[in-house]
Design a protein around this ligand. Sequence first.
Ligand SMILES: Cc1cc2nc3c(=O)[nH]c(=O)nc-3n(C[C@H](O)[C@H](O)[C@H](O)COP(=O)(O)OP(=O)(O)OC[C@H]3O[C@@H](n4cnc5c(N)ncnc54)[C@H](O)[C@@H]3O)c2cc1C
Length: 469
Amino acid sequence: MTKAVPADILSRLKAVLGDGGWSQDPERLAPKLLEWRDRWTGTTPFLALPKTTADVAAVVGVCFEAGVAITPQGGNTGLVGGQIPQGEILLSTERLGAIREVETFDDVIVAEAGVTLARVHEAAAAVRRRFPLGLASEGTATVGGVVSTNAGGTQVLRYGSTRSLVLGLEAVLPNGEVWNGLKHLRKDNTGYDLKQLLIGAEGTLGVVTAASLKLYPVLASRAVAMAGVPSPQAALHLLEQAKAEAGGAVEAFELMGRQGVDFALKNIPGTRDPLEEVHPWYVLAEFSSGEPGSAEAAMERFLTHGLEAGLIADAVVAQTDAQAKALWLIRENQSPAQKPEGATWKHDVSVPVSRVADFLDQATAAMLAFAPGSRIAGFGHMGDGNIHYDVLRPDGGDDAAHAARRDEGSRIVHDIVMSMGGSISAEHGLGSMKTAEAARYKSPVELHALKAIRAALDPKRIMNPRVLF
Ligand SMILES: Cc1cc2nc3c(=O)[nH]c(=O)nc-3n(C[C@H](O)[C@H](O)[C@H](O)COP(=O)(O)OP(=O)(O)OC[C@H]3O[C@@H](n4cnc5c(N)ncnc54)[C@H](O)[C@@H]3O)c2cc1C
């Protein structure tokens, strides 16, 4: 727990923010102190609600001078607890809500930190562009949040994670100074790249107040299909074929185990079994192209070859947008569908794409030996080697007993991941949940360099002090 904030500092913060710019009302604070999985609850003496970059700078400046800690928060959809304060000042970006600029020659949108990802998509669509970052949380997740977690999502295979979609940033550094780096440039080789340090920094190197984001042309054709496959190994071969058939047009290539599909069918209204028969694994593939008809033709070739090669047992191609949405509904709800099923050990891991099947085999054998009867929902972004590997308590089992073994179980999974040259956090970050675990796996050389970066920018360690190194 972070140390108490002196009353005179709270008075100064109230003065700089003015009426409507702060709250201490428990009802107003409550939803910001509970994270999405109900795993962390927080406390804070003060919610700062800055409306401008200057307000943010004033808050951070007062806190820096007094050595008072701050936790920034955007949409509160983060899954590793980084945005939930434990006694720090909570700085919400909810009022930093302007889209400052949309420039189609540069193909750039400049949005403030509190703008949701869904609003960025709408603003891009209004000028016949798109911003290719898709998350199931996009209605609530914010620009500041996706930048600070370097969010991934379903289109990383083609466009990269947030890191490759940001052209510039504006941020308030931990000493309260404003850095305006809101460039529109695609090329800028002028030494250390400060924006890349802030991307994925999880609020530890300052508050991101706005970002310039890359836009892409809208597409002329799109094809979405779900295939039942016998194994992750078959899915790996299919991924290779998809790339060969569709060239750069593979927009998403997702893998789901039947257990997770069953959870979705049981717990998510509006879902239905995608294929007539039950299959152990499913691939959800999306192709898209600027050329009319080309994505559909590539999908047809891909499925035909997959069926002929025995890699696909059965498949369905969406004929309408509504059907495509229904297929995606199953995938996007893999995580929400687990909520009613009780305690889970969640893992957001990545391994080289070539090792995904190996990882699933080894981890599942290890988990069934360690926690017999546990229900395993493995799903994720196969094309990026990113698997969400979730181990749920046995049906009818005891939540507390399962939760009590989480750290031990997760250590087994993480050791397997690391033995394959993988990462224990593929896209969600480290937050409060995985900081200590990550420190175990990083070399002393890397840890030393990372700590030096933080100490240089945040010498009083006031920004999200619980998080990172
Ligand atoms: C249903 C669901 C599906 C999801 N799917 C994906 C997925 O596919 N891929 C993926 O990568 N993530 C996914 N997530 C996780 C989450 O949506 C992302 O991490 C998202 O980027 C968080 O954005 P946010 O605005 O909610 O940030 P928050 O949760 O508010 O904060 C996350 C972190 O960023 C920091 N932060 C927030 N705003 C700022 C700022 N302006 N300046 C500095 N630091 C800041 C916080 O301190 C915290 O450490 C999913 C979450 C849910 C609930």
